[in-house]
Design a protein around this ligand. Structure first.
Ligand SMILES: *Cc1c(COP(=O)(O)O)cnc(C)c1O
Length: 415
C-alpha cells in the first residue's frame, strides 16, 4: 500500500499507519473480535463516498446526487438478504452498539423490561450493563449459564414468566456454545416477547454456513460487520417485515444522521466476498482451528469455560488453572507478541479490571492461512508464556520466534 500523499503531507500519521501495518504483520492477533479485511474492502472504505451526504434510504433521500449511493446501499442490502435470508435489512448502523440501541429504540418504550445475558456469563455490555445508555432507559434483567456452562433455559423461562419482558435478547461476546434457537423462540412466544439475537461475533460463521442460520427464527437480528464476517467496522440490523418501518425510522432520523456511505460500500464488498465458496471454507476452518485450540489447551491443563466451544473462540480460566490472573496473562502474552484480551468468567471471583480469564479467538489467524498445525504451535507458545510470565528474557525469546513465524503469513502480501 503506497500512501504517497500521506507520506508527503503528514509524516506523523503516515508513521503511525505504517507502524500499525508492521504491528499487524508481525504480531499474532488472537483477540476474538478482530479480523483482516481484504484490499478491496480497504479500497471501498477509502473511496470518495466519504464525501457524500445521503440521509434517508435508497430512492428516498433528503439531498440530491444519489445515483451511486443508491447503487451501493441497494447492493449491500440485497447481498445481506441473500447471505442471511432476511426479510428486511438496514445497513446504516455505524457499529454494533448503535445497531443495538437502534433496535431497542424501534420496539421499546422507556422503562420497558428486557431479558439479556449477564456480561460475566458471556453477554455483552450493550445487553444491559449498568454503565450503558440503554440500561438507563430500559429495565434489563440478566440471565445466566448453568453449572454445565450452558445457557440456563429453565432460569430464562422462569425470569420471562416472572418479569414479562417486552424483548428477550440472545447474543454474546464470550459465551461459546450453540444457542437453541427453537427453545429460545418458544420462551419468547410463551410470554409474548419480541425475540432478538445479536450475532456480532458469529455472523461470519453463519454467513459461511458453518453454523445454522438463526435469522429465520428471530424477529430482529443485529450484528457487527467487522468480526468473523470480515468486513469494515460497522453494524447491521435484519428483521421481519413487520418491524421494517420501525427499525428504519429508529436508525434515521431516530438515532443517527447521514449514513457513512464509504463504509456501506465496503460492507457491500465484504458481503460479496462472504457469498463466495472460499468463505465457506474459511468459516469451517475457523471452527476446526478453535476446536484444535480447545483440545491443545486442555491437554496442557488449561480450563476451558462453558464446556468447550462451537464457535471461533475459547474462554480460558487462567487463574483457576494456572494461578495467574487474566491481566497478568494478557500482559505476558503481549510481551511475547501474542495479543488476547483478559475476560471475566461466569461468577468471576475477581474484578473486571483483573479478571480470572482470557478470551482467545482464531478467526484472524485463520484469515492469514493458519491451520491445525499452526494452532498447535500457538497453544504451545501460550503454555510457555503463561509458565514463564515474569521472566522477561524468555518472553523476549518467544517474541522473536512469534515474529519470525508471523512474517510467513502475510496479512497483505507485499505491503
Ligand atoms: C462487539 C459486539 C458489539 C458492539 O459492537 P461495536 O462495533 O464495538 O459497537 C455488540 N454486541 C456484541 C455481542 C458484540 O460482540
Amino acid at each position: 500500500m503506497a500512501y504517497e500523499n500521506l507520506k508527503k503531507q503528514d509524516k506523523q500519521i503516515y508513521a503511525a499507519i505504517t507502524g500499525e501495518i508492521k504491528r499487524q504483520q508481525e504480531g499474532m492477533e488472537l483477540i476474538a473480535s478482530e479480523n483482516y479485511v481484504s484490499r478491496a474492502v480497504l479500497e471501498a472504505l477509502g473511496s470518495v463516498f466519504t464525501n457524500k451526504y445521503s440521509e434517508g434510504y435508497p430512492g428516498k433521500r433528503y439531498y440530491g446526487g444519489q445515483d451511486f449511493t443508491d447503487v451501493v446501499e441497494t447492493l449491500a442490502i440485497e447481498r445481506a438478504k441473500k447471505i442471511f435470508g432476511a426479510e428486511h435489512v438496514n445497513v446504516q448502523p455505524h457499529s454494533g452498539a448503535p445497531a443495538n440501541m437502534i433496535a431497542y429504540n424501534a420496539v421499546l418504550q422507556p422503562g420497558d423490561t428486557v431479558l439479556g445475558m449477564d456480561l460475566s456469563h458471556g453477554g455483552h455490555l450493550t445487553h444491559g450493563h449498568p454503565l450503558t445508555l440503554s440500561a438507563h432507559i430500559y429495565n434489563f434483567i440478566g440471565y445466566k449459564t448453568n453449572q454445565a456452562g450452558e445457557i440456563d433455559y429453565k432460569q430464562l423461562e422462569k425470569l420471562a414468566i416472572e418479569h414479562k419482558p417486552k424483548l428477550i435478547l440472545a447474543g454474546f461476546s464470550a459465551y461459546t456454545r450453540k444457542l437453541d434457537y427453537k427453545k429460545f423462540q418458544a420462551i419468547a412466544k410463551k410470554v409474548g416477547a419480541i425475540s432478538m439475537f445479536d450475532i456480532a461475533h458469529i455472523a461470519g460463521l453463519i454467513a459461511g454456513k458453518a453454523i445454522e442460520n438463526p435469522v429465520p427464527y428471530f424477529d430482529i437480528v443485529t450484528t457487527t460487520t467487522h468480526k468473523t464476517l470480515r468486513g469494515p467496522r460497522g453494524g447491521m440490523i435484519m428483521c421481519k417485515q413487520q418491524f421494517a418501518k420501525a427499525i428504519d425510522k429508529s436508525a434515521f432520523p431516530g438515532f443517527q444522521g447521514g449514513p457513512h456511505m464509504n463504509n456501506i460500500a465496503a460492507k457491500a464488498v465484504a458481503f460479496g466476498e462472504a457469498l463466495k465458496p472460499a468463505f465457506k471454507t474459511y468459516a469451517k476452518q475457523v471452527i476446526k482451528n478453535a476446536k484444535v485450540l480447545e483440545t491443545e489447551l486442555r491437554k496442557r491443563g488449561f480450563e476451558i469455560k462453558f464446556g468447550g466451544t462451537d464457535y471461533h473462540m475459547v474462554l480460558v480460566d487462567v487463574f483457576g488453572s494456572k494461578g495467574i490472573t487474566g491481566k497478568q496473562a494478557e500482559h505476558a502474552l503481549d510481551e511475547a507478541g501474542i495479543t488476547v484480551n483478559k475476560n471475566m468468567i461466569p461468577d468471576d471471583p475477581r474484578s473486571p479490571m483483573d479478571p480470572s480469564g482470557i478470551r482467545i479467538g482464531v478467526q484472524a489467524v485463520t484469515s492469514r492461512g493458519m491451520k491445525e498445525k499452526e494452532i498447535k504451535l500457538i497453544a504451545g507458545w501460550i503454555e510457555e508464556i503463561v509458565l514463564a510470565h515474569d521472566d522477561k528474557k524468555v518472553l523476549a525469546q518467544i517474541k522473536k520466534e512469534v515474529t519470525t513465524f508471523c512474517k510467513k503469513y502475510p496479512i497483505y502480501p507485499a505491503v
